[in-house]
Write a protein that binds this ligand. Structure first.
Ligand code: FES
Length: 173
């Protein structure tokens, strides 16, 4: 599993939008996501920013896609007991990779706060730390702690708080 811990002090891990052009580095600011909206983003290291091959590889990492969700101002989130805040304001970043068998979750219903996985219909409740509500998945989608840098771009603060994807991914690595 790819680690997003900074390799040296101060190293940034940016979040990048996939624009269809693999070589374009499109960073995300909080205001780019509408309240109630979401965007799929891909973390990459600052050291990969000017390296085309590394950037394309970053987009293709199976465990990398992140669902960046912006709650509406009146939508309260219940965090897990004892957990710190990993969000930036009303922005929350969760692994897009289903914890059942690793399909990408693909639909966010903003009314119910449910993230849906199309493969076997697992549903994750974003209002409650993305814990599974329905279907075969048994673990929440891991959250990626985020903040903004001095230029106003969203960056990861550290690694996902738990292992990404199904349990058998971990055993392989
Ligand atoms: Fe998502 Fe099975 S892989 S429900």
């Amino acid at each position: 599993h790819t680690s997003w811990k900074p390799e040296k002090p101060g190293e940034k891990v940016y979040l990048r939008r996939h624009t269809g052009n693999f070589h374009e580095v499109s960073l995300v600011r909080p205001e780019d996501v509408e309240p109630g909206g979401f965007e799929t983003v891909f973390p990459f290291r600052e050291s990969e920013r000017d390296d085309e091959h590394a950037l394309v590889a970053a987009l293709k990492r199976a465990d990398a896609p992140v669902m960046l969700i912006r709650m509406r101002p009146n939508q309260a989130i219940t965090k897990r007991a004892g957990q710190e805040d990993f969000n930036h304001g009303d922005l929350y970043a969760y692994s897009k990779i289903c914890t059942h068998l690793g399909c990408p979750t693909s639909l966010f219903e903003q009314q119910t706060g449910l993230l849906l996985c199309p493969c076997h219909q697992s549903q994750f409740d974003v209002f409650e730390y993305a814990k599974p509500r329905f279907g075969p998945a048994t673990r929440p989608l891991p959250q990626l702690p985020i903040t903004v840098d001095e230029e106003g771009y969203l960056v990861a603060r550290s690694d996902f708080i738990e292992a990404v994807g199904p349990a058998f991914w971990e055993r392989k690595s």
